[in-house]
Design a protein around this ligand. Structure first.
Ligand code: KIV
Ligand code: ZN
Length: 516
């Protein structure tokens, strides 16, 4: 079990649990493993890999992550009910460092209206769940949900009882993002002063961003003595999201002078992690987002540029390279070779096998034929496509696409797909536009009804030959599936994005039906 020393703040990442609860995110097990591996490289102390009892998919993902990610603690969430704790343990039992995280509502409003119980019953359920979890593993976290709207004396009782029952971490969630920084700091100080056995547990915080205070509240709590912070990469999470971990980490790093604290994070992995999470979830990072937004280290005003050229620290409080920004003007082109590509990809943080390099090189050559200069952003886009088509991730593979359209033409598309049985099938359809025609032709082959709810095109870089980056969302049976695709031809990028979302849908439906 990881213990926080007096000035070490443990970083608990819940991108795969609370982050995945963001409306419109649905990740396959393979994608969760990709994110978990990157979180391990980032150096987070704890990965909350899912909520094992909530679905078969979550259970499978938690279990798969425990097998492949060995350095951090792997946690599964569980309600304070025996079956949930059992399911959490079943998923976690192969973890090198397992943690069961149990939670229950503690505010009057939630106890009364949601649980329809009384506070004494809740206390009993909390104690019983912690005890049961403790029977399975040493490392147990307890969260009184909606702690910031909970009667403070009741909160003391609940926290004390949970520690007495065996909780090694007590997490104080601002579940609905209601707290102000000064209040939250006070609450943490009060808990530390009034819960007699508090020194036997790590105090953690988990802040939501409904009023935009999640990072400020987390830092206020750390200043008040909390030594674990929970959050998500890029501030993903339920509703307005959780505290953005990159912000907390860099605040602790940059303001060491005042905070006197540190984390175990390799900050140079922050940018990569943010890009990977954005790419896989299809949630773009706003340009002015702190630390990881495209403008975070761009200086537009003449006065600022002048200052930066004279001395970087005039207008920069962090070195962009410390969070993994690569300030390079190096570009590859069609004469670049395999070794050059490998070395550039390694500089960008990709760890690739020979097979992956061979396949990436083929895609790179194809891109370099169509685009004069291949930049780092292009390589990121290319590697995103490569990941999506890795063996085992595709039920249907796009082999060929041809479209005819114009102002006096009926848009018509022909597509050729390789199916799960390895056979290629060709079909054609018309549509209201070229993308619609392509999607109709694909639908005729794949035959899985769904509704397209979002379609977005961005350019990866500037210029007429820029790569188009398409993000779509489709819905079926109340579930949403994201799809991404990039190509210099936006119709092809749109087809790739649709295939990506369909493959995700088919994979996840297969998992669900195999367990029903
Ligand atoms: O926001 C919250 O209260 C939670 C708990 C389950 C920790 O996510
Ligand atoms: Zn939460």
């Amino acid at each position: 079990m990881k213990k926080s020393s007096d000035n070490k703040v443990l970083i608990f990442d819940t991108t795969l649990r609370d982050g995945e609860q963001s409306a419109g995110i649905g990740l396959t097990v393979e994608e969760k493993i990709d994110i978990a591996k990157q979180l391990e490289r980032l150096g987070v102390d704890i990965i909350e890999a899912g909520f094992a009892a909530s679905s078969e998919g979550d259970h499978e993902a938690v279990q798969a992550i425990t097998k492949q990610v060995k350095k951090p603690i792997i946690a599964s969430l569980a309600r304070c009910v025996p079956d949930d704790v059992d399911r959490a343990w079943e998923a976690l039992r192969e973890a090198a460092h397992p943690r069961i995280h149990v939670f229950i509502s503690s505010s009057d409003v939630q106890i009364l209206h949601q649980l329809r119980k009384n506070p004494e019953e809740v206390l009993d359920m909390a104690v019983a769940a912690v005890e049961k979890a403790k029977g399975y593993c040493e490392d147990v976290e307890f969260s009184p949900m909606d702690a910031t709207r909970t009667d403070i004396d009741y909160l003391y009782k609940l926290v004390e009882a949970s520690i007495y029952a065996g909780a090694t971490t007590v997490n104080i969630p601002d579940t609905v993002g209601y707290a102000l920084p000064s209040e939250f700091s006070r609450r943490i100080q009060d808990i530390r002063a009034n819960v007699p056995n508090i020194d036997q547990a790590v105090v953690s915080v988990h802040c939501h961003n409904d009023l935009g205070n999640a990072s400020a509240n987390s830092l206020a709590a750390v200043q008040a003595g909390a030594r674990q912070v929970e959050g998500c990469i890029n501030g993903l999470g339920e509703r307005a999201g959780n505290a953005a971990l990159e912000e907390i980490i860099m605040a602790i790093e940059t303001r060491k002078d005042t905070l006197g604290l540190s984390t175990n994070i390799d900050t140079t992995q922050i940018y990569r992690t943010s890009r990977l999470v954005s790419d896989i979830t299809g949630f773009p990072v706003q340009p002015n987002k702190a630390i990881v937004g495209a403008n975070a280290f761009r200086h537009a005003s003449g006065i600022h540029q002048d200052g930066i050229l004279k001395e970087r620290t005039t207008f920069e409080i962090m070195d962009p390279q410390s969070v993994g920004w690569k300030n390079t003007s190096l570009v590859l082109g069609k004469l670049s070779g395999r070794a050059g590509l490998r070395s550039r990809l390694e500089d960008l943080g990709y760890e690739i096998s020979q097979d992956q390099l061979d396949s990436a090189f083929e895609a790179f050559k194809d891109l370099a034929d169509r685009k004069r200069e291949v930049t780092d952003a292009d390589l990121d886009a290319l590697m995103g496509n490569q990941r999506r088509i890795e063996p085992g991730r595709e039920r249907y593979k796009l082999e060929h696409i041809q479209v005819s359209c114009g102002d006096h033409e009926i848009p018509t598309a022909t597509v050729k797909l390789k199916g799960p049985d390895g056979k290629s099938v060709t079909d054609a359809a018309t549509g209201t536009g070229p993308v619609d025609a392509v999607y109709e032709a694909i639908n005729r082959i794949v035959e899985v009804s769904n509704v397209l709810t979002e379609f977005r095109v961005n350019a990866v870089t500037e210029g007429i030959d820029a790569i188009g980056d398409v993000t779509i969302r489709i819905e079926r049976k109340g579930e949403t599936y994201v799809g991404r695709g990039t190509d210099t031809d936006i119709i092809v990028a749109s087809a790739k994005a649709y295939m990506n979302s369909l493959n995700r849908l088919l994979t996840m439906e297969e998992v669900r039906s195999s367990h029903s």
